[in-house]
Design a protein around this ligand. Structure first.
Ligand SMILES: Cc1cc2nc3c(=O)[nH]c(=O)nc-3n(C[C@H](O)[C@H](O)[C@H](O)COP(=O)(O)OP(=O)(O)OC[C@H]3O[C@@H](n4cnc5c(N)ncnc54)[C@H](O)[C@@H]3O)c2cc1C
Length: 526
């Protein structure tokens, strides 16, 4: 089949882009270096009979328009909106349970603080209104600052009008909260340390920042724009995120895209400043007048292009694009569900969503402190899920898988390398969990430890950064990945970006891939 477009990588964003481009009549060829599609969103066997959400365990969630257009539910995806969404563990043996219903959550907060219980619904409502305004920005192609088109100016004007309609209280909150440290933001609302830390955690998830870092307020808002629940999204899919990306691949194929796995792009072919195709690691070359990369900006623009093809100023800006990975991922095969102190009732019913370990603002900040000096947190922030509860077929009968996002494990270590550190990471995680679930270690049959170095080497994430680049005020919206190039174009004619290193990034939503496809189709209209 002749192809007119090559798409690098089969991460969820690239699959979304491939689908929309194919729908519009283009002939995309997707080239993925790994043997499976999905990028960070896969469900793979890691021990005999045990499958887990290899990296990501929850969804952003995926944009509803993508779910509808790609007919993901018809293709076998069952989305799970767990109740409760989140359980947060306290060191004194209590637990804070976050329900879908804010009033119910408020009642769960009451034993900790009646003042916080009263404030919680108001916080949800304010956050929801501000996030509602921001969510429309997520759908936008960030405007070119130098020469905005008439269409972009119109969009900005509409945004200005929406901002004014927010009302004084919310517009003031939006302007003030963004640059703040999320620790200050949550302290203005709540007095309970556990509640403050659980809400603040979404703002530091996957970043090289702690709750006292300036600008983390903006990340809470960004996360809320995708899912306004204060604890963040707990949406998952039966079978894990791999089921979603397999369905996305089916949708892209049905629309006319071809997908090849085990096909690693070694470099881009460029003639007179325009892309003409790609060269693969096996030495073959494939011609195409358009290439869209779902790999991260540093991989694409520094790893796959001869530097002579790019202006020094642009090269410098991409070299300055920060990707400081801080996350390790661990999957455990368990003989039974652990018994966490503070969780009353059936643990399988209580743990359908996420489990938060990071019981105070100072705890989270100390966990971050270690990473500033290249050290792994001795008491880390953990985000835990049990995918086998919503899909028992992921483990042998009666057994379970536990998926643990561990932070902070800095990609750049103060001394030594990540090689051989798997044992230490597993020990730290199990020791931390054992303070809430004594005896958990004896339940472990197998484990898979994915270090930040593995994230770079196996999964292709520069610096091991789970979001394809730091989510920080200077790398968001019109500055993602860099000022002047936030509209999915690159200085190489015909080369576009569509991965998480472009606006809006931030998790499994498909937003970057959908925005990129729309922008490309507009730019390449015959
Ligand atoms: C450990 C971890 C935990 C996470 N947890 C969550 C979570 O719970 N919830 C959430 O919403 N998000 C989470 N995320 C973030 C989320 O998974 C990512 O932001 C998202 O999946 C990125 O999607 P993408 O399509 O942009 O890129 P990716 O999924 O990274 O896909 C890029 C693809 O490009 C391929 N590629 C790279 N270079 C080449 C090349 N030269 N040739 C061919 N192919 C190439 C890669 O192999 C990869 O398949 C997590 C990420 C990680 C790593």
């Amino acid at each position: 089949m002749p192809h007119d477009t090559i798409i690098i990588g089969a991460g969820h964003n690239a699959l979304v882009t491939a689908f929309y481009l194919a729908k519009a009549g283009r002939k995309p060829l997707v080239l993925e270096r790994r043997p499976v599609v999905g990028g960070c969103a896969t469900s793979e066997e890691f021990a005999p009979g045990y499958r887990s959400a290899t990296l990501a365990h929850t969804l952003g969630p995926i944009r509803p328009s993508i779910v509808r257009d790609m007919q993901l539910e018809r293709r076998g995806v069952t989305f799970v909106h767990p109740e409760p969404r989140l359980v947060s563990l306290a060191p004194d043996g209590r637990a804070l349970v976050f329900s879908i219903d804010p009033a119910r959550t408020a009642e769960a907060i009451r034993p900790f603080s009646s003042k916080d219980a009263t404030k919680y619904p108001e916080f949800c409502a304010t956050l929801g209104r501000v996030a509602g305004f921001l969510s429309e920005l997520l759908d936008m192609t960030p405007p070119s600052i130098d020469s905005p088109s008439a269409g972009v100016l119109w969009e900005l004007l509409k945004t200005g009008r929406r901002f004014r309609s927010l009302g004084k209280r919310e517009s003031f909150a939006l302007l003030r909260w963004g640059p703040m440290a999320v620790a200050d933001l949550v302290a203005e609302w709540f007095e309970t340390d556990l509640l403050q830390a659980t809400v603040a955690a979404r703002a530091i998830h996957g970043t090289a920042m702690g709750p006292w870092s300036a600008g983390t307020g903006a990340l809470l808002l960004l996360s809320a724009a995708i899912d306004p629940a204060p604890g963040g999204s707990s949406v998952s899919a039966v079978g894990g995120p791999g089921v979603v990306t397999r369905a996305m691949a089916d949708a892209a194929r049905e629309a006319g895209a071809e997908i090849r796995t085990g096909a690693s792009v070694r470099h881009l072919l460029v003639t007179d400043g325009a892309v003409t195709g790609v060269a693969l690691a096996d030495g073959s070359e494939i011609a195409a007048s358009m290439v869209v990369s779902g790999a991260d900006p540093r991989t694409t623009l520094l790893g796959l292009i001869d530097p002579v093809e790019l202006e020094p100023d642009f090269l410098m800006r991409i070299r300055n694009y920060r990707c400081p990975g801080t996350v390790a991922k661990l999957n455990f095969a368990l003989t039974a569900l652990p018994a966490f102190r503070g969780i009353t009732g059936d643990p399988a019913a209580m743990l359908r969503g996420r489990l938060h370990v990071g019981p105070g603002i100072d705890y989270l900040e100390r966990a971050f402190d270690a990473s500033k000096y290249g050290e792994t947190s001795a008491s880390p922030y953990l985000d835990v899920a049990f995918p086998s509860i919503v899909d028992p077929s992921m483990a042998p009968s009666g057994r379970h898988v536990m998926s643990v996002h561990m932070q902070y494990a800095p990609f750049k270590r103060r001394s030594g390398t990540w090689n051989g550190q798997e044992h230490t990471l597993a020990d730290i995680v199990l020791r931390t969990l054992a303070t809430y679930a004594p005896g958990i270690t004896s339940l472990v049959e197998h484990r898979q430890v994915i270090t930040p170095l593995d994230l770079e080497q196996i999964y292709g994430l520069s610096g091991g950064h789970i979001h394809h680049g730091e989510l920080a005020l200077d790398q968001l919206f019109t500055m993602r990945p860099t000022l002047g190039w936030a509209d999915y174009r690159t200085p190489i004619a015909g080369l576009y970006l569509c991965g998480s290193g472009t606006h809006p990034g931030n998790g499994l939503t498909g937003g970057s891939g959908q925005n990129a496809a729309r922008t490309i189709l507009k730019a390449r209209r015959p």
